[in-house]
Design a protein around this ligand. Structure first.
Ligand code: AMP
Ligand code: GLY
Length: 425
């Protein structure tokens, strides 16, 4: 089988390494991939957002199966266009991907179908938003741009002044472009956060092992929000009892709601949850695997990933096994100093073998490049994810850090406390 994976980050590398375990997969392509992925797949220099070029390539190469991993091409209808050419692709249609690409849509969906989430109002007019803030006068308050904003579209305002600045920046200065034409203003919630990724074919939903992201750039959850600086799985706060409650109150109602709206969701649905004193609530939906959640969840998957993905596309998820190991995993992200703001790239990475691997951990390349003379150099904000799988969370954390310590490049930045909150739970 010829399989194509769209995307070029750590998440895509984790998907590719897992797909490679299936002996039926004889050829793997990555669009565009990256330096490390090039050891596991043929990298094709087509941007993940160039949907027409992607479809042309898949047709020309007679690809048998496509995995569209990032949000942008999903929102642009990549899966729909591949299907028009008879190419099966894992991921939601554009109609279903809206669950991530519009927060206004997802909030209205949750309200309509009684799925627990923060109370909110939506606005397409800055003045009305300001009037509401003045009237509400409760802080902190959360302000979200409607559309995709690279994970940066959420502002937690501590005062009227900060809230006013946020509305001004998003709606009048177009900080996130068109993504900010509408905003959501919602209640500030508290409690531990849990990420749950789930396979769904629109009718059946099978949650994967839970995980915990570490979104802030600095130790102790300080600094700016990033795409994610590290993850652990399972998430110790997510007990059996909470999982059962989420299935009944959140997961099943969500796929049933999407079905009822004529937007059946097929692919990986990501539930960003907060375990509030009032019970589990949805903070956000993503229409794809999380990054770096995939880098801890997929290494714990014991069943065959391609078999599950094919079952999702063919709407027979109820007929396949989705089994996870009882162990734990920790992924530590090695980033370029300065990320998520300005940072330098092009530095040689030391400590990896010729294939970009380590002997005692899994290395997922996020922002790396191979130079003409075969060196691996940094090429992005998040450079590598180092994942260890072990019997316990404590061992996984220790092993991930000890492996990460053997890697170096000049402006390397990593958090020293990935997993600490989980271990204290
Ligand atoms: P998002 O981009 O939607 O994942 O939001 C980024 C982060 O903002 C989340 O991981 C939460 O930590 C925080 N957040 C979002 N919405 C709320 C809320 N209503 N109350 C408290 N924190 C929130
Ligand atoms: N790690 C969070 C995300 O993928 O959106």
């Amino acid at each position: 089988m010829k399989v194509l994976v769209v995307g070029g980050g750590g998440r895509e590398h984790a998907i590719i390494k897992k797909l490679k375990e299936n002996p039926q997969v004889t050829e793997l392509f990555a669009l565009p991939g990256n330096g490390g992925i090039s050891f596991d797949a043929t990298c094709v220099p087509i941007a993940a957002t160039d949907v027409d070029a992607m479809v042309d390539f898949a047709v020309k190469e007679q690809v048998d199966f496509v995995v569209v991993a990032p949000d942008d091409p999903l929102a642009m209808g990549a899966v729909d266009k591949l299907a028009e050419h008879g190419i099966p692709a894992f991921g939601p249609t554009a109609k279903a991907a809206i669950i991530e690409s519009s927060k206004v849509f997802s909030k209205h969906l949750m309200q309509k179908y009684h799925i627990p989430t923060a109370q909110y109002e939506t606005f397409d007019d800055a003045q009305k938003a300001m009037d509401y803030l003045q009237e509400k006068n409760q802080y902190p308050i959360v302000i979200k741009a409607d559309g995709l904003a690279l994970g940066k579209g959420v502002i937690i305002a501590q005062s009227f002044h900060e809230a006013q600045d946020a509305v001004h920046a998003i709606m009048e200065n177009h900080l996130f472009g068109k993504s900010g034409n509408q905003i959501v203003i919602e209640e500030f919630l508290t409690g531990p956060e849990v990420s749950v990724l789930a396979f769904t074919d629109g009718k059946t939903i099978v949650p994967m092992v839970s995980s915990m992201d570490h979104k802030r750039a600095m130790d102790g959850d300080r600094g700016l929000n990033t795409g994610g600086m590290g993850t652990i799985a399972p998430n110790p706060y997510y007990t059996r009892e909470i999982a059962d409650r989420c299935m009944k109150e959140i997961f099943l109602p969500t796929i049933q709601a999407m079905q009822a709206e004529g937007r059946p969701f097929k692919g990986c649905l990501y539930f960003g949850l907060m375990l509030t004193p009032k019970g589990p609530m949805v903070i956000e939906y993503n229409c794809r695997f999380g990054d770096p959640e995939a880098q801890v969840v997929l290494p714990l998957l014991e069943s065959d990933l391609l078999t599950i993905m094919q079952a999702v596309v063919e709407e027979r998820l109820d007929q396949v096994e989705v089994r996870f190991s009882q162990g734990a995993a920790c992924c530590v992200v090695l980033a370029s100093g300065g990320y998520p703001q300005k940072y330098e790239v092009g530095f040689e990475i030391h400590g990896l073998d010729e294939q970009g691997n380590l002997p005692n951990a899994q290395v997922f390349h996020a922002g790396t490049k191979r130079t003409e003379d075969g060196k691996l150099v940094t090429a992005g904000g998040r450079v590598l994810g180092v994942t260890a799988v072990s019997d316990s969370l404590l061992c996984a954390v220790k092993e991930a850090y000890s492996a990460a310590a053997s890697i170096s490049f000049p402006n390397l930045h990593m958090r020293a406390d990935i997993g600490r909150k989980g271990l204290d739970a």
